[in-house]
Design a protein around this ligand. Structure first.
Ligand code: HEM
Length: 395
């Protein structure tokens, strides 16, 4: 038995940029899969339905019409994220080993510590009346960590940030805005210039970086370059936003902040609960390869789906009191890193860099750290969502 997807003709995408959570709740109330004409797609908002999509690549392809071509245009070739297995696995396998928890701790944790310390000096230098956590700490820490993980020593944190934004804009440039392509093409050229110098060196002297793993795997060079650029676009904003999201969540829940400060072994739990509650990626796309039934809802072949992990992470069928930030909750298996074969390859790097190092060191260094409610904070986005301004203060 299957039912027709309900239609939500009231969805207002610009309003979702300010705050998507009310829309998510209304969509979930209609059912796990809803047709949204304003977006020309079906939104999958139920936790079980999102997992079912990721468990069946043969029916739900990541090689989305239009989106795949735009991503290939933005990054020079189609990267692993827009491929299904077995082609996807060929590009992903080389980087898996170096990004396991043990490898990340051995190779990168000291660099993550160094980067956090460097930016703490900058943040402290701004003082408790002027410090802005996103600008002074979150963005540069994320950029410095990515410079290290990718092994691009000549790249500045500022360049990394600029490239990341240019690639993300290009990946989303479905309407071919020429200014966006101009910025994206310039970023491609700059990254390619770095890689022209770096790839021959890495072939001779491999190191622990992701770029080294890709280039020594025997992948064709366009695939190496496209996956480096994919990582530049995907490995910067999300860790950045998790730094500010964690501080924002703890500032609003001082009793939970006091618990983690008294028991630092809780930091990984705080990271996970903040990622469930406020995931930096709200939605990603898939396309049906044939007519199918998803969690009881009939879908045609060629349907574009938005897998709305931002909504699934607050599904009452999966979590008790899902709208609450609660580090004591018992069921915590959220979708903030995706699931299935495209589960974020950098999830251990992010957990360690942000959850174990960047955020705990902030609280170690700045007693009484909290958001500064005398100054304005700002959130933006829903497909990618984060704080663009987070004034902070301390005692
Ligand atoms: C808290 C931080 C992060 C979050 C929330 C996050 C989230 C995600 C999600 C949801 C996906 C799946 C997207 C999809 O299926 O369409 C993904 C994939 C990916 N992420 Fe992350 N990510 C984070 C950090 C990182 C970092 C630090 C790196 C780089 C080291 C990275 C590199 C990637 C790559 C390359 C993929 C594609 C994997 C594949 O296609 O197999 N991410 N990420």
């Amino acid at each position: 038995m299957s039912s027709v997807a309900p239609t939500a003709d009231w969805v207002d995408p610009p309003a979702m940029l300010r705050d998507p959570y009310e829309t998510y709740a209304r969509l979930r109330a209609l059912g796990p899969v809803v047709r949204v004409p304003a977006m020309g797609r079906y939104l999958v908002t139920g936790s079980a339905a999102c997992r079912a999509v990721e468990a069946d690549q043969a029916t739900y392809s990541a090689d989305v019409s239009g989106g795949g071509a735009t991503m290939a245009r933005a990054l020079g070739a189609k990267p692993m994220l827009r491929k299904d297995d077995p082609e996807h696995a060929v590009e992903r396998a080389p980087v898996n080993a170096g990004l396991r928890a043990k490898s990340v701790r051995a190779a990168w944790a000291p660099r993550f510590e160094h980067n956090a310390r460097t930016q703490l000096d900058v943040l402290r230098g701004q003082g408790p009346e002027r410090a802005e956590l996103n600008r002074d700490y979150a963005a540069p820490v994320a950029a410095r960590n990515l410079v290290d993980l990718l092994g691009l020593p000549e790249a500045t944190p500022e360049a990394m940030e600029r490239w990341s934004h240019a690639f993300i804009a290009g990946i989303g440039n479905l309407h071919d805005d020429p200014d966006i392509w101009a910025r994206c093409d310039a970023a491609q050229r700059e990254v390619d210039d770095h890689l022209d110098a770096l790839l021959p060196q890495l072939r001779r002297h491999p190191d622990a970086s992701m770029t080294s793993a890709l280039v020594t795997s025997g992948l064709p060079e366009p695939a190496v370059r496209a996956n480096v650029k994919l990582t530049i676009s995907g490995g910067m904003n999300e860790p950045q936003h998790m730094i500010t999201n964690m501080v924002w969540a703890l500032s609003r829940h001082p009793e939970q902040r006091d618990r983690v400060l008294a028991d630092p072994s809780l930091w990984p739990v705080v990271f996970d609960e903040a990622l469930r509650w406020l995931p930096p990626i709200g939605m990603y796309p898939r396309e049906t390869t044939r007519a199918t039934v998803l969690d009881g809802v009939a879908l045609p072949g060629g349907a574009i789906l938005g897998v709305v992990i931002g909504a699934a992470n607050r599904d009452p069928a999966a979590f008790d009191r899902p709208e609450h930030f609660d580090i004591a909750r018992t069921r915590r298996a959220h979708l903030g890193f995706g699931s299935g074969v495209h589960l974020c390859v950098g999830h251990w790097a992010a957990r360690i860099a942000i959850g174990e190092i960047a955020v705990p060191r902030l609280y170690d260094a700045l007693p009484g750290l909290r958001t500064d409610t005398r100054r304005d904070e700002a959130w933006f986005g829903w497909v990618f969502r984060g704080l663009t301004d987070l004034p902070v203060t301390w005692d």
